[in-house]
Write a protein that binds this ligand. Sequence first.
Ligand code: MN
Length: 148
Amino acid sequence: MSDPLSAYRAKRSPDRTPEPFGPVGSAGGRLFVVHKHAARRLHWDLRLEMDGVLRSWAVPKGPSYDQRDKRLAVFVEDHPLEYGDFEGMIPEGNYGAGAVIVWDRGTWTPLEDPIEGLKKGKLLFTLQGNKLHGRWTLVKIKKGQKDW
Ligand code: MN
């Protein structure tokens, strides 16, 4: 299998950003993290641990507590597990330049097979975090695209 972090590493240089480059972790954990990222445009990054990496979506408006709300979530490159602890300032001129803080963190529980769900474009899960509790659904808008 190809390295799931190759896209992540290709966008960053280790001597120019404080972000972790860590290896792919072991499978089986269920960490979730939401980073608040004050990049060129403020957004929230939802990350769900799957297969030893953090599968990630950039959510421009952040997660909603209202089940009727639909929020765009753009699927982005897998991040290393260590990114779950990352907070810091990505220097100007680098990919994602700006301040990153952990906005929420906890565990997530898939309600259906998440590997199949990722392929199909539908993930049902609950979050057990400090701020976020309850059930969320990620649905891919159109096959072959990155918008969910
Ligand atoms: Mn981001």
